[in-house]
Design a protein around this ligand. Sequence first.
Ligand code: UDX
Length: 446
Amino acid sequence: MALKITVIGTGYLGATHAAAMAELGFEVLGLDVVPEKIEMLQRGEVPMYEPGLEELLRRHVDGIEGASGRLRFTTSYEEAGAFGDVHFVCVNTPQKHGEYACDMSYVESAFDALAPHLTRPALVVGKSTVPVGSAARLAERLAAASPAGAQVELAWNPEFLREGFAVKDTLHPDRIVVGVAGERGEELLREVYATPIAEGSPFIVMDYPTSELVKTSANSFLATKISFINAMAEVCEAADGDVVKLAEAIGHDERIGKKFLRAGIGFGGGCLPKDLRAFMARAGELGADQALTFLREIDSINMRRRGHMVELTRDAVGGGFLGKRVAVLGATFKPDSDDVRDSPALNVAGQIHLQGGQVTVYDPKGMENARRVFPTLAYADTALDAVRGADVVLHLTEWREFRELDPAALGDVVAERRILDGRNALDPQLWRKAGWTYRALGRPKA
Ligand code: UDX
């Protein structure tokens, strides 16, 4: 009989994982403690913008016409415990207030709520990003609190999905990492991931701590790559060099690679910044803080970018923001997402607003979330409306829509044809030809 799967926590990670498991042919029960979220999902609606996810969900949610019916949702742990052979824990681990460490309380409550309902053999699989050492501790807690005792096993299976590509990354992962303490965990996870394994996804088995470290080290490496190129952007600016050319040229070396070398206002989102900090905090607890002191620098190079963008904007409008109109294109932390968590774009918009600028923001998908975080900014319904009367236009999230804007049409409605590209994603020639002053981070002035 096919395995029955539960997915606990239906955020970006969990909602995608649940739909993907149904797509792979399993009976799936998704659980969340927020009833409104469950009601939405049960109607086939996704609580966030993620390309392809709603379609995938609607193909499987029970009760939707033409759907496979393999996917249902609940708020009941009792139901989840009775239903599942494999339970994926996908709750988030945000940064703690005022600390570098991450908040494990959602993970802990999920384990504590599920355990008493595990009355038969089951595999619990942690997917959340956690400090190294958590899995071993949670395994003990689980065995002690589950009626089935030692027949409940724990595996750790970190998730590497990128927002904007969540569906593809989940159905066709570039690797499957599993941390296990026994053979049963590996066996069941090979069954769960049989389809991607058959397609060639590497399945890498290891112990708990290594699996936890794979995730945090992967994110630290990516953050380091971005901060590296942003540090080069700083040097380029000082030396009148061009960081875009530099990135292209070093990227041809296969050992370096072209990806994640886009200089700009830096990384944000719900993962990279907080994972980096939680990793430093955990290394400190383990007495290995020296090994990760460089990450502090990576973090500060990244945060400096936002301030630098504000400075450039201030210079562009003549040294002060008072009475100046600033149009901001982009609010989300990256394109193809509606996520504004720790978004560099919104941070820059907010700083300029707080310094007296009149900021108007437009984003293709992130408006609702941005308004919630920064209700005092002005928001426009289109890019054209946002730039109307602007003294300067900032391009801060590289949506395709912005690359396709017509510089001449925008030029007709702005007060000054001045654009600052915080993502190095627009074509400078195009804008300059249309009479704009184009400036970007890490590139020569003209
Ligand atoms: C990241 C990891 O990529 C993913 O593997 C992990 O599971 C979760 O964290 P995500 O947060 O979706 O995924 O975004 P990612 O595509 O990594 O981008 C992160 C940030 O870096 C964005 O703000 C993006 O704009 C920025 N970035 C990315 C750059 O500034 N330059 C680049 O070259 C690449």
